[in-house]
Design a binder for this molecule. Structure first.
Ligand code: VGL
Ligand code: ZN
Length: 198
């Protein structure tokens, strides 16, 4: 049984000054770097959208950022443009120890579907391939950290638990957007799925 640290979306656009800044998003970087030394494998995820992505408010006429829409796969928050492939804001935070990563998995590249989870797109069926990578390497104990606790960390943790992995979320090494009750809903969803929140 090997242990993997999964570091969710610690990118410039999710840190103060970025396009979709998570309050104090940058504060977790030193602790995450330090935690990397305790794991058999370190995996980074990178939100990676094409320009004009369907999760951007700018792609929907008259829609304001942070409003809701209905997609064929369910309700979707419309975000400000962020993490556009190859852009400055899509880069990892400059102080994150990227060299320690065995795998960098990108998500959100499908123009028609958002992907909060590191395991499945928001249709909850299209896989990213991460499950197969973890299973073939025997990485069954997962610890998740990163941004944002109430969106990508939450969706990733719930999917991992449903897939049968042993999942811990280090909430001290996460920060939340906390929009419209999203943090409380995320905490409840993770608890229900059997995720250990510490
Ligand atoms: C995220 C909103 C949109 C996240 C990504 O990393 O939590 N949130 N895209
Ligand atoms: Zn995104």
């Amino acid at each position: 049984m090997a242990k993997a640290l999964i570091v969710i979306d610690i990118q410039k656009d999710f840190c103060p000054g970025g396009a979709l800044a998570v309050p104090e998003g940058d504060r977790i970087v030193p602790g995450v770097n330090q935690l990397m030394t305790e794991f058999d494998a370190v995996i980074l995820t990178q939100d990676w959208h094409p320009a004009g992505h369907s999760s951007f408010a700018s792609a929907h006429e008259g829609a304001a950022p942070m409003s809701m829409t209905e997609m064929p796969y369910g309700p979707q928050v419309l975000w400000p443009d962020h993490c556009i492939q190859g852009s400055h804001g899509a880069n990892f935070h400059a102080d994150l120890t990227v060299d320690r990563a065995d795998l960098i998995i990108r998500k959100g590249y499908n123009p028609a579907i958002d992907s909060y989870s590191a395991f499945f797109e928001n249709d909850h069926t299209t896989p990213t391939g991460l499950e197969g990578y973890l299973r073939t390497r025997g990485l069954t104990q997962l610890t998740l950290v990163g941004l944002a606790l109430d969106f990508c960390v939450n969706y990733s943790a719930v999917d991992a638990a449903k897939l049968g992995f042993d999942v811990t979320v280090r909430s001290d090494l996460c920060r939340a957007i906390d929009f419209g009750g999203s943090l409380a809903a995320a905490q409840a969803a993770m608890g229900e799925a059997g995720v250990t929140l510490v």
